[in-house]
Design a protein around this ligand. Structure first.
Ligand code: PLP
Length: 395
């Protein structure tokens, strides 16, 4: 992703309608919504608790080159990603706040991490030794975190392993064991009471490492639902996009991302004729179909064919036929004025209508995280404030 700051005249790059006039498909991200979401998280967490902004997976599809700087400007305290390479990307796009790598890293990642002030979650003596060697080579200190598995059985160490490794690293010159962490299994389930068992396990491990100052255990749902899991910082991903996990109380959030396209063709279909691969939808009356030039290669799932609706002319119209790699069709018979170039909203608002990531997720048999994170690089990311475009990121 590359920014195009050279194109930026005073007062932005123009209005959304102008900037997107010649785009087949694109993503709009509303910077004011990001700011509102940071403020809403802040209010929910309460004073003194850091927001660790989780911007893994290209900031959940919103484009990390735009999303992370907007979050930093809006005042989040730290960033987290899952791969070490993603942390280096954050430094490359100018992020200066602390960055934590939550997932598995290799000893060969240690030098770049230490040189770029990136905090690794260390899971082995081999990685700890590589961090200690990098401290010598780079001639700068390192902070590391240790993750304890409290029941998710994903990444992390048993309590005994975590304590043993933390004590080992305490003796390594220049290595500060700053953080102890875990991750909840049932945070957005209607019954999230397993968090109490996990929390007890975490607290028992933390009590054996009282000298480790920074603890973090909560994702969006856990942080918004359970005050006792917020600790020194909470790892907030989805909520910063203004999309909320199930069973999560929330006020003041606004969806930041919209997915849009422009009709590429409007064609008549006679009764009995079919559309798209397999001709799985056939017109029963004289119909008009609009061609939408976005497909499963962009992250618009194939199983949405014949199932979802999109917005054209401020109205919901049904998707018809199969979703192809680069395009799909919508039945616009109810919109006689529909024409090539008309805006189509796949996620977002048009007129009085709104399609949420949650709605798309439900129709696709998945969750909103998956819908957002699936959005692919071909879609330009247009960052705007109140409809005035501030940045364009395209591949
Ligand atoms: C992705 C992730 C988060 C953020 O989760 P949200 O539900 O999006 O807030 C937090 N912690 C870890 C370990 C993660 O992998």
């Amino acid at each position: 992703m590359t920014a195009h700051p050279a194109e930026a005249p005073k007062g932005g790059l123009g209005r959304l309608a102008q900037v997107t006039a010649a785009l087949n498909g694109w993503i709009e991200v509303d910077i004011a919504a990001i700011e509102a979401n940071v403020a809403a998280v802040r209010r929910s967490l309460g004073p003194g608790i850091e927001i660790i902004a989780v911007v893994k997976a290209n900031a959940y599809g919103s484009g990390v080159a735009g999303f992370a700087p907007a979050l930093e400007a809006a005042g989040v305290d730290r960033f987290a990603v899952v791969w070490a390479q993603e942390a280096l990307t954050l430094r490359r796009v100018g992020i200066t706040k602390p960055v934590i790598v939550l997932g598995h890293a290799f000893p060969v990642d240690a030098l770049a991490a230490v040189a770029n002030e990136i905090t690794l979650t260390v899971h082995s003596r081999a990685l700890a030794d590589a961090v200690a060697a990098a401290v010598q080579t780079a001639d700068r200190p390192a902070r590391v975190h240790v993750k304890v598995d409290t029941g998710l059985h994903r990444f992390g160490l048993t309590p005994d392993e975590a304590v043993e490794l933390a004590e080992y690293m305490r003796g390594l010159p220049g290595v500060e064991v700053e953080g102890l962490t875990t991750h909840m299994a049932n945070s957005d389930e209607a019954d999230d009471s397993f968090a109490e068992i996990q929390h007890a396990g975490f607290a028992a491990t933390a009590a054996r490492l009282p000298w480790v100052p920074y603890r973090h255990t909560a994702n969006s749902a856990s942080a918004l639902r359970r005050a006792e899991l917020r600790y020194q910082g909470s790892r907030i991903g989805l909520a910063l996009h203004g999309v909320l996990p199930a069973n999560t109380p929330a006020e003041g959030f606004r969806p930041a991302l919209s997915l849009k396209a422009r009709l590429a063709r409007v064609a008549a279909v006679a009764p009995g004729e079919g559309v798209s691969y397999g001709l799985t939808w056939r017109a029963s009356e004289p119909a008009h179909v609009g061609l939408v030039p976005v497909g499963y290669a962009d992250g618009w799932r194939r199983n949405l064919g014949n199932a979802a609706t999109v917005l054209v002319g401020g109205r919901r119209v049904p998707m018809v036929g199969r979703v192809c790699m680069d395009q799909f069709l919508a039945d616009v018979t109810s919109l006689p004025e529909a024409a090539e170039g008309d805006e189509v909203v796949l996620i977002g608002e048009q007129g009085e209508e709104r399609i949420s990531a949650d709605e798309v997720a439900a129709l696709s048999g998945t969750i909103s995280w998956d819908v957002l994170a699936s959005l692919q690089a071909r879609l330009p990311r247009i960052y705007h404030r109140g409809g005035i475009v501030e940045h364009i990121f395209s591949t």
